[in-house]
Design a protein around this ligand. Structure first.
Ligand SMILES: Cc1ncc(C[n+]2csc(CCOP(=O)(O)OP(=O)(O)O)c2C)c(N)n1
Length: 556
């Protein structure tokens, strides 16, 4: 059977288990989108911009645990996706960005051909783990197989493939087999695991620090926790152990009571974590001296923190092998669990206190979310303070946030999560926490959300300004508050115009009833928190905390 290369690409994506893809249609990707529609197996979500499409695909991948797919046009359109690609590379999301290119005969000749982007491939390389150009119809499948393999091989990341439009439309025989090629998985060396086990078997107060790279290692982690290991996570590692588990500190990873607790631990095994600057007080957080590390990325050895031992391997394989070696050997201090709980409780208390009135909001949103949900967050004060630690996440796929700190991705991420949950029939709710400043960046995607009936609730923290910027200006710029006041839409009217449900809370006591009312609506819905009516947080947040108080906030 003769098919277009576009058709082959659509069939290959189905073979990769892709159930939803995100993008904007254009003459430079129509052979692919036409085939997706014709085949009818993948739900294509028409974003209003490629920036949104990239973040939708990223968030779908993170929450559904699949390959994300974003399809753009050449030139400006591919460029529009770059912000979302930067976030995906920061987060290590397996994402395939497919973009077009002009016809091969005119390519790279500077002929002022419409849609040509000079050196598009270099631009894509800069924001991708790797980028390729399809060179011929015959090699298209191989290029896509290699690209998907790269995206899914740990450390995972976004990849880009540009396909000239004449190649997309070329007719070829549909190959007999067009399965994806399995990702490379690195097994640990037995001697390395033996050494790690020797060190840990002697530990009385062992703690695991889990990052996003350990998301697939939940079962092995559970074995170690059953032996008495405690757990703390990065924001990316949240939920690998349910955050309600008594041995979990959740992502309370840098609060003073927790840092003091680290001082009592005699070993910390860091797994699949960058130990990011904003989660380690710019690498000054005091971690236990016996710092051991497992990472699929060999260049993580000694990065950010010196480590006593490093094992380069897949997290799940390494932790499973380690658990085999430690079975029946751990002699954990009987006080360890209670001390961990005390440190956690003290950290939670301090956080709650700093929130002032908004502590009540945390409980109301948690109650409405239930136990099976996705918790998507934009970069806003409420996320930097509580959203990155509360709600209590049930599992490793529940949390999605902008790891790189860029505002404005949250709305599109919620669309990606909600449509991904629907395509995979996960039955989970999606809740988005966003500031008003970040929310307005991609307002056009609200139209997409309504059209797609993406089922999520936005909790919009509306202070009609860039709150954190004002706090930083107060702390570091003599209170000179400039460029941070925002003209803000009337969201009740906007909701009417675009067609989604909206409620505004002027008192936090109203929140449970308003969320209850919204839960009866389909599609996107918004609970607007009128922060000007409710008042400020007790403690002002002025950027990620750093070690000595004199420079507090400078990392923002
Ligand atoms: C893409 C991007 N542009 C600019 C910034 C700088 N920035 C960080 S937070 C912020 C304000 C966010 O305002 P809002 O969403 O209203 O949340 P609030 O600070 O009021 O809680 C800005 C402009 C950023 N982080 N990312």
């Amino acid at each position: 059977m003769k098919v277009t290369v576009g058709h082959l690409i659509a069939a290959f994506l189905e073979g990769c288990g892709v159930k939803s893809a995100y993008g904007v249609i254009s003459i430079h990707n129509m052979p692919i989108l036409d085939a997706i529609a014709e085949r009818g197996a993948i739900r294509f979500v028409s974003a209003r911009g490629e920036a949104g499409a990239a973040s939708m695909a990223d968030a779908c991948a993170r929450s559904a645990g699949t390959l994300g797919v974003c399809i753009t046009s050449t030139g400006t359109a591919a460029g529009n996706a770059c912000g979302g690609m930067v976030e995906a590379i920061t987060a290590g999301t397996p994402l395939l960005h497919i973009t077009g290119q002009i016809e091969v005969p005119y390519l790279d000749r500077d002929m002022a051909y419409i849609h040509e982007a000079p050196d598009q491939l270099s631009m894509l390389e800069a924001v991708s783990k790797k980028a390729w150009r399809v060179r011929s119809a015959d090699t298209a499948l191989a290029t896509f197989q290699q690209a998907v393999r790269e995206a899914l091989t740990a450390p995972c990341g976004p990849v880009s493939v540009e396909v000239p439009i004449d190649i997309q439309a070329e007719l070829i025989d549909l190959p007999e087999s067009f399965e994806p090629v399995a990702p490379a998985i690195s097994a640990p060396a037995a001697a390395e695991i033996e050494r790690l086990a020797e060190t840990l078997a002697a530990a009385r107060r062992p703690l695991l620090w889990l990052g996003g790279g350990a998301r697939g290692a939940g079962a092995a982690v559970a074995r170690l926790v059953a032996m008495g290991f405690g757990v703390v996570t990065s924001t990316q590692g949240r939920g690998i152990v349910a955050e309600t588990h008594p041995m979990s500190l959740g992502a309370y990873n840098l609060q003073p009571p927790v840092e003091a607790f680290y001082g009592t631990c005699d070993a910390m095994l860091v797994v699949g974590s960058r130990l990011r600057g904003n989660e380690t007080l710019k690498y000054k957080l005091k971690l236990p001296k016996a710092l051991l590390r497992i990472d699929a990325d060999a260049s993580a050895n000694g990065r950010a923190y010196a480590n006593q031992q490093f094992v380069c391997a897949d997290a799940a394989l390494a932790l499973d092998a380690l658990a085999d070696k430690l079975e029946g050997r751990m002699r954990v201090d009987p006080d360890f669990a209670a001390d961990l709980r005390r440190a956690h409780a003290a950290a939670v208390r301090a956080l709650r206190d700093g929130l002032g009135p908004y502590s009540e909001l945390v409980d109301a949103v948690q109650a409405a979310a239930g136990t099976r949900f996705h918790w998507v967050r934009d970069v806003t004060v409420s996320n930097s303070t509580w959203g990155n630690r509360e709600l209590r996440l049930p599992d490793a796929r529940a949390g999605v946030h902008a790891v790189g700190g860029g505002i404005g991705l949250g709305l599109a991420m919620a669309v990606g999560v909600a449509t991904g949950a629907a395509a995979h029939a996960s039955g989970r709710k999606t809740v988005l926490l966003s500031g008003d400043g970040g929310f307005v960046l991609q307002l056009g995607e609200l139209a997409c959300a309504v059209q797609e009936q993406a089922d999520f609730t936005v909790v919009l923290m509306n202070d009609k300004s860039y709150g954190v910027i004002k706090n930083i200006q107060d702390a570091q710029y003599g209170g000179r508050r400039v460029y941070a006041e925002l003209h803000t839409p009337d969201y009740a009217l906007l909701a009417q115009a675009i067609g989604f449900a909206h409620r505004r809370a002027t008192k936090l006591s109203e929140v449970p009833a308003l969320l209850e009312a919204l839960s009866r609506e389909r599609g996107p819905k918004m609970l607007e928190i009128d922060m000007l009516a409710i008042g400020s947080f007790k403690t002002a947040f002025a950027g990620p905390p750093v070690k000595d108080a004199g420079t507090a906030g400078k990392a923002a």
